[in-house]
Structure formats: C-alpha cells, structure tokens
Write a protein that binds this ligand. Structure first.
Ligand SMILES: NC(=O)C1=CN([C@@H]2O[C@H](COP(=O)(O)OP(=O)(O)OC[C@H]3O[C@@H](n4cnc5c(N)ncnc54)[C@H](OP(=O)(O)O)[C@@H]3O)[C@@H](O)[C@H]2O)C=CC1
Ligand SMILES: O=C(CO)COP(=O)(O)O
Length: 319
C-alpha cells in the first residue's frame, strides 16, 4: 500500500500509474466531495478525463493514509509544512517522498528540507522531472529522478515506484534534484512572458540558457552536484516547462507578457518560488537577474517591458 497526500492532478496521476501496476493506493484529500467522487465514480475533479482503478481508495482521514510505509506528498509546495503538521505521527522510518516543486517562502528550503524539519525521523526523498500529470495518467512514457540522500532507501524506492511506463532514475543528490524542479518553474514564467510579449524563440532560447546558468549557480552554492542540474530534474524539466503550452507556469508567463488575466485557482509554483529564490540569493550574495525579474514582475512592482530592458542593459560579460 502506498499513501498519497493530495488528490490534485499530480497525486492522482501517480496513484493511477502505481495502481495500474498492481500497487494498492490510499489517497488523502481535504475535500469530502473529492473523496466521494473518487470512491463512488472513480473520477478525480482535478484530473478530469481520467478513470481511476478501483484499487485506489480515497479518504479525508490523513492519519489513516499516513500509515503507509511509503508516503507521496503531492500538495503544492507552500502547503507542504501545514499538511505534514496535520499528521500526528513522527513517521519514524517511513519513506516520505515529496512530489512537489518549489522553495518554501518561510524557511527558504526545498521539499526535503521541509520534511526534515517537520518529520526528522522520516526518510526524506524527492520525485521530480519532466512530466505532465495527464501524460502519466494516460500511461505515456515518462522518466523522472528519484533522489534520496540515503542510497539504500533510494534504491528501494526506485524499485517500488517504477512501472513499465514510469521510468525512475535514482540519485543521492536530493538538493540538486529539488532545486532543479523548483527553479525551472521560475524560468518557465520568464519564457512565457518573453513569448507573450512577442520577443520570439531566439530570445526564449537565451532565457532558457541563462536561466539554466542561474539554476546551476544557486544549486551548486547550496551543495548540489552540477551533473544533477544537467539531468531530468533540471535541464530535462526546464526544456519541457519552458516550451509547452500545457505548463501552468509557462501559461502564467504568457499572460503576464500579453497583459491578460490568469485563472487564480491554478497552481503556479514559480511565483512564490521566485520570491523565495530572490531572498535566498540576497542572503548568499548571488546575482540571479532572471529570477529576480520574475519575482518583481509577478509581484507587480516592475512591468515585463521594463524587466526586459533592464536585463538587456546589464554590463557585457564572459559566458
Ligand atoms: N500537474 C502536473 O502536471 C505536475 C505537478 N507537479 C507538482 O505537484 C504539486 C501539486 O500540483 P498539482 O497536483 O498539479 O496541483 P493541483 O492544483 O492539481 O492540486 C493541488 C492539490 O493540493 C491540494 N491542496 C492545495 N492546498 C492545500 C492545502 N493548503 N492543504 C491541503 N491540500 C491542499 C488541493 O486540494 P483542493 O482540491 O481541495 O483544493 C489539490 O488536491 C506541485 O508542486 C506541482 O509542481 C509535478 C509534476 C507534474
Ligand atoms: O512540473 C511540471 C512538468 O514537469 C508541470 O508544470 P506546471 O506546474 O507548470 O504545469
């Protein structure tokens, strides 16, 4: 039995992939209507169109779901600490796998840092990489990074969570994996804004490349390995998110660039992460101009046009 906290698009898609492969899944949702829909109609409101195998059961009882030996955390990043605080158990020795992407604006750590703070006796891991929930739910091939500082636990998680179409690569660099996943969303907002305002594909390629340099600068300063950033969780997810209209972060950026409105009920992790990254960079004395621009434009203090002018007028540099 695997427990999944969060019956949003991603938690539900992972539950479907695992259940199809023969693993029973218990899903926790805070909303009783979501639970009823899953249990009675095998449909999840946040993943319309998908039919859930009947070995997926849903519950509003978080303590019950949290008894699973392996627990996937699939709520948005900024709610992670609050969700874990609702679990009374210390989760001693349980494998707790974050499936969210971002940096907590309060403590400026990624998901495994939040797990370590809330549940220090759990084994923390992260599952991240290029994957849209719809693709996973449809059984399309997907490759992700499973990173856990504990190599043995990471190996067992890789074995237990891989399926014929969900191919997991393991790593012990949890910091690198989670920072790649967090930061690519910020760069995707920048790329969306660039396309939305009409700067074209060449400018987007420049933003992706210089954005990758910022991702690497911050992550390696925090102890990540450079080759982790070059893998699925970094470059892989950056490529997907900065180029696909299916990405909410990219579409949010498009709306900023076009000056149109955006559905505030959608999960756009890059906004709060840009804020957290800007504070982290200031604390570390790092220059991350694209991330800072995204924070300012998303926060409404700078226009997209002014942010672009400022980026283009920076002193010329060596690459
Ligand atoms: N969707 C995707 O393709 C992918 C998403 N991810 C990551 O997965 C994470 C979740 O995203 P996704 O599933 O898409 O998001 P959704 O918006 O689809 O769902 C979010 C889920 O979290 C729940 N939730 C939101 N806030 C809270 C809270 N404060 N307490 C408890 N539950 C809460 C929501 O409950 P309710 O419905 O009641 O509001 C909902 O079930 C993100 O970090 C995202 O980056 C990673 C890879 C792919
Ligand atoms: O993380 C994702 C793809 O890997 C999903 O991207 P969005 O959250 O931008 O939709």
């Amino acid at each position: 039995m695997i427990g999944v906290l969060g019956a949003g698009a991603f938690g539900t898609a992972l539950a479907i992939a695992l259940a199809r492969h023969g693993t029973p899944v218990a899903l926790w949702a805070r909303d009783p209507e979501t639970v009823a829909a899953i249990n009675h109609t095998h449909r999840a409101p946040r993943l319309p169109g998908a039919t859930l195998p009947d070995t997926i059961t849903a519950s509003t009882d978080i303590a019950r779901v949290a008894r699973a030996e392996t627990l996937l955390l699939a709520t948005p990043m900024q709610s992670l600490h609050a969700v874990l605080s609702q679990v009374a158990s210390p989760l001693t020795g349980q494998r707790v796998v974050a499936c969210c992407k971002g940096i907590d604006v309060t403590d400026l750590t990624g998901p495994t840092g939040v797990i370590a703070r809330a549940k220090p006796q759990a084994i923390a891991a992260i599952l991240t990489g290029p994957s849209f929930a719809d693709d996973i739910a449809r059984g399309l091939p997907t490759a992700l990074t499973l990173a856990c500082a504990d190599a043995d636990a990471g190996w067992r998680l890789q074995r237990d969570l891989s399926t014929p179409t969900l191919r997991l690569y393991r790593s012990t660099d949890a910091i690198g994996a989670e920072l790649g996943g967090a930061l690519k969303n910020v760069i995707a907002i920048a790329c969306g804004a660039c396309i939305g305002i009409g700067l074209g594909d060449s400018a987007r390629a420049a933003l992706m490349t210089r954005g990758f340099a910022e991702m690497s600068r911050l992550a390696t300063t925090l102890g990540a390995r450079a080759n982790t950033l070059a893998g699925l969780s970094g470059l892989g997810d950056l490529s997907l998110t900065c180029t696909s209209d299916l990405s909410r972060n990219y579409r949010f950026g498009l709306a900023l660039g076009r000056g149109t409105t955006f559905d505030a009920s959608l999960t756009v992790e890059g906004v709060k992460t840009a804020e957290a990254v800007t504070r982290l960079a200031a604390r570390l004395g790092l220059d991350l101009p694209i991330c800072r621009s995204v924070a300012e434009v998303s926060g409404g203090t700078v226009s997209v046009g002014d942010a672009i002018t400022r980026l283009l007028n920076r002193p010329l540099k060596e690459e």
